[in-house]
Design a protein around this ligand. Structure first.
Ligand code: PGA
Length: 253
């Protein structure tokens, strides 16, 4: 079975102490993860080491960075490199979140460079894609998302693409409380898998985990994750509340 993933995206929230408490509370959950299930916490950069220490020895639990830079090292004040992540033992990074695309002007070309440097350093990108409301209203969401995948990912080899996790996050559903319906999510996830299959064949496409993100909560995770092409979620707001996120983890297939 494909990896089923509950990924928390803390964004720019919580103090160090609050983050530690939250991880303690979640790690105390009785549930053991099946071998195909993973839990990932994408925490702010200053908390990576703390978080990495907290999850030490926990099966199938990982820490992710929320971003990294496209260059190896050098005079890029304020940026975080893949070598730094390697030195902390971090194996995942969220790339291309719509907030990075919108507020920090990250485009598909820059993201392709970031994807490449991550793969060169054995870091799995959780690659975010998704359309704004205006694009959905014109019914152009499928071609928009295909274009994002094509420009940032489709230069990869069949072997490399299998090291990517994709997160579909419709911008109109992020932080708005407006979740895509499970039908809308399934429809787009099937479209993404179809695009992957056209490029890499169905066998490869069938191995790639595609997460849904956008107002996932305890109350809707079960229905969303039940969809055949939805392999878990990338969760913002609800990942900041231990009981909510534990329920989301429990909703994984
Ligand atoms: P949300 O954010 O769950 O608060 O909508 C999801 C995300 O942006 O990753």
């Amino acid at each position: 079975m494909r990896k089923q993933i509950a990924a928390a995206n803390w964004k720019m929230n919580l103090t160090l102490q609050q983050g530690e408490q939250l991880l303690n509370d979640i790690m105390a959950m009785p549930h053991t993860l099946a071998h195909h299930q993973q839990v990932i916490f994408a925490v702010p950069s200053p908390y990576l080491q703390m978080a990495q220490l907290k999850i030490q020895g926990k099966q199938n639990v990982f820490i992710a960075a929320q971003n990294c830079y496209s260059k190896k090292s050098g005079a890029y004040t304020g940026e975080v490199s893949v070598e730094m992540l390697n030195s902390l033992g971090i194996n995942f990074v969220v790339l291309g979140h719509s907030e990075r695309r919108e507020y920090f002007h990250e485009n598909n070309q820059l993201l392709a460079e970031k994807v490449n440097i991550c793969l060169e350093h054995a870091i799995t990108p959780i690659f975010c894609c998704g359309e704004a409301l205006a694009i959905r209203e014109e019914n152009k969401q499928n071609e928009f998302v295909s274009h994002q995948l094509k420009e940032s990912l489709f230069h990869l080899s069949a072997e490399q693409i299998q090291q990517i996790v994709i997160a579909y996050e419709p911008i109109w559903a992020i932080g708005t409380g407006k979740t895509a319906t499970s039908e809308q999510a399934q429809e787009m996830h099937a479209h993404i898998r179809h695009s992957l299959a056209e490029q890499y064949g169905t066998e490869v496409a069938g191995k790639i985990s595609i997460l849904y993100g956008g107002s996932v909560k305890a109350g809707n995770a079960g229905e969303l994750f039940h969809q055949p092409d939805v392999d878990g979620g990338l969760v913002g707001g609800a990942s900041l509340v231990a009981s909510e996120f534990i329920a989301i983890i429990n909703a994984l297939k």
